[in-house]
Design a protein around this ligand. Sequence first.
Ligand code: DX5
Ligand code: ZN
Length: 217
Amino acid sequence: MAYLAPSILSADFSELKRQISLIEKGKADYIHVDVMDGAFVPNITFGAPVMKSLLGKTKLPFDVHLMIENPEQRVADFVTENTEFITFHYEATNHSHRLIQQIKSLGVKAGVAINPATPIWMLEDILTDVDMILIMSVNPGFGGQKFIPVAMDKIAELNQVRFEADLNYLIEVDGGVNEKNAAQLVELGTDIIVAGSAIFGAEDITAKTKEFKKLIK
Ligand code: DX5
Ligand code: ZN
């Protein structure tokens, strides 16, 4: 069983509130919030004010994915009553360990994301500290890209390490997830499935959300 976190990156921003009500009806578990700064990744999305405009309008918890440089300077902006996870990129800081403690001290769960080119052994010394590991299965920056298969090996290995070392981190996968690969990703050990274009690009967003929920049950 896994949770579903539709990414609003692929939503129609001109009617964000309504689109979120559609995934709520489909029983999505989280709202995946993709924050891009045009520096860490070659695209700019939105910042904390847009995310905060949803407060009081949805009960869904926020799963914040920061694709930004200097994340330590920004994490506090994303702490709200809806925020459950704040995930930063391992590649964007020299001080992953400190940043994990900083995020936790703000009362939210701390996630670390790695790009397709970053091996999971880089995370070895923070595995006991982190609440979630986000495996990027595309190069971050855009929705609608093709799934990069090496992510499957990383998920399987993280799942095994978690079992062998009796650790508790969650595993999330993000990028190129669709109806064809979602179930396999859960089988390999994924706990949270992110899907952007596959859900918000659908004609019936609620029906598509339900379909994904069934697939990852
Ligand atoms: C990519 C973002 C993803 C993106 C996924 O940089 O982090 O969350 O929205 O979109 P799809 O599911 O379309 O690949
Ligand atoms: Zn994301």
